[in-house]
Design a protein around this ligand. Structure first.
Ligand SMILES: [Zn+2]
Length: 84
């Protein structure tokens, strides 16, 4: 018999960066532990940090990366800014 862990898909708060809600799927047991007040990193140590972050804040991993590690400005935009 296959041993599959029950999972729960949680709708997260609107993302502070893009405004969209998201969904994170985590093990049911971990989720219940977290709801019980356990620290999220203790409740779901195998869940990627980005997913835990999204559960707590609603901010998507990709939005977080985009906001804090800004893509290099394209050369065209740069020249436009300089009025070239
Ligand atoms: Zn987002």
């Amino acid at each position: 018999m296959e041993k599959t862990e029950q999972e729960v898909t949680v709708e997260t708060k609107p993302c502070a960066i893009c405004g969209e809600r998201g969904k994170v799927t985590v093990p049911m047991r971990s989720y219940l532990l977290w709801c019980d007040g356990l620290l999220i990193q203790d409740a779901m140590p195998n869940t990627p940090r980005a997913d835990r972050e999204q559960l707590m804040t609603g901010i998507h991993g990709r939005c977080f990366d985009a906001a804090f590690y800004e893509e290099e400005t394209s050369e065209e935009d740069y020249e436009e800014e300089l009025g070239l």
